[in-house]
Design a binder for this molecule. Structure first.
Ligand SMILES: N[C@@H](CCC[C@H](N)C(=O)O)C(=O)O
Length: 291
């Protein structure tokens, strides 16, 4: 199986081009676990497949390090845009990508020569705020989970539930950079309030244009960045009156910065970089087909 490894602010995945490579669907999850392993595989936060779509220029699927499938991936979308353009598979500066979490609209920002994608803006669509859309238990399914108290390990937090196609619990804290993400994150991910588990974001508003951000990702643990999580954090910041709707907010993640805006049109826009790491051939077991 041929693969590329790419990253968006350090959030790195193994990218598989299904136009070229035949893999049975049932092999995606075990393959994601195998390639993600840093000792016996390639080492990554998970695996992303790209292939044909009936409704968009391409279809993307994201599998976390533990083999679970996420519905969306913000950093992955920017890398998919770069891959499809620079490989000549979709040579368009505006393209659409189908995800399990809905249709995403990408605008590529090219270098002067027009052959390298430097940054990508993604229209991530409208955030979904009803409990049933994440899902979050503990209240009426059609209501928002806004600053809902939650207890973990004897400590109380308040989370705001936001779906960007995939589920996020955003928690505002005094200093996100000092939080014990590895200790608290997994307890929240597996809390009984979240029947499909959840991505957990610890966020601090430095002012009304900047957030500090740390993440515990469902199925992958601590990652350097989470695009959908950064979008969810900005939405939660607006809902809790820390940020202004329509203003661009710089989110400081472990791996660098993303610019996010929740527009008056209801859509969330994310802008940030995408980068190649390497390309190669996977020779391991775990479902790969060697041709
Ligand atoms: N890193 C991603 C999100 C990947 C999926 C997530 N862990 C889930 O299970 O929902 C991003 O950049 O958005």
């Amino acid at each position: 199986m041929k693969f590329a490894k790419m990253h968006g602010l350090g959030n790195n995945y193994i990218y598989v081009n299904l136009w070229d490579t035949l893999i049975e669907e049932k092999e995606f999850a075990p393959l994601a676990v195998a390639v993600s392993n840093v000792n016996t595989g390639i080492g990554s936060d998970g695996m992303i497949t790209m292939g044909p779509s009936h409704i968009a220029d391409a279809r993307m699927r994201i599998f976390n390090e533990d083999g679970s499938e996420g519905e969306n991936c913000g950093n992955g979308l920017r890398c998919v845009g770069k891959y499809l353009y620079e490989k000549g598979i979709v040579p368009k500066e505006r393209l659409t990508v189908e995800t399990k979490g809905g249709l995403m609209y990408l605008e590529l920002h090219l270098n002067e020569a027009g052959d390298v994608v430097e940054e990508v803006t993604v229209d991530m669509g409208e955030p979904r705020l009803r409990r049933e859309q994440l899902p979050v238990l503990g209240g009426a399914p059609d209501e928002q989970a806004l600053l809902q108290p939650i207890e973990v390990g004897g400590e109380m937090f308040q989370f705001t539930g936001v779906s960007m196609g995939n589920p996020h619990a955003v928690i505002f804290v005094d200093d996100a950079t000092k939080i014990d993400v590895a200790g608290i994150g997994p307890k929240l991910e597996h809390h009984p309030l979240f029947p499909e588990r959840v991505n957990v974001e610890f966020v601090t508003a430095k002012n009304d244009r900047e957030l500090d951000f740390r993440v515990w990702e469902r199925g992958s643990g601590i990652t350097m960045a989470c695009g959908t999580g950064a979008c969810a954090a900005v939405v939660a910041g607006v809902l809790t009156n820390r940020l202004q709707r329509g203003e661009t907010v710089v989110v400081h993640l472990l791996g660098g910065d993303l610019s996010i805006r929740w527009g008056h049109d209801g859509h969330v826009y994310m802008r940030g970089p995408a980068a190649w790491i390497c390309e190669g051939e996977w020779l391991g077991d775990g479902g790969s087909k060697r041709g």
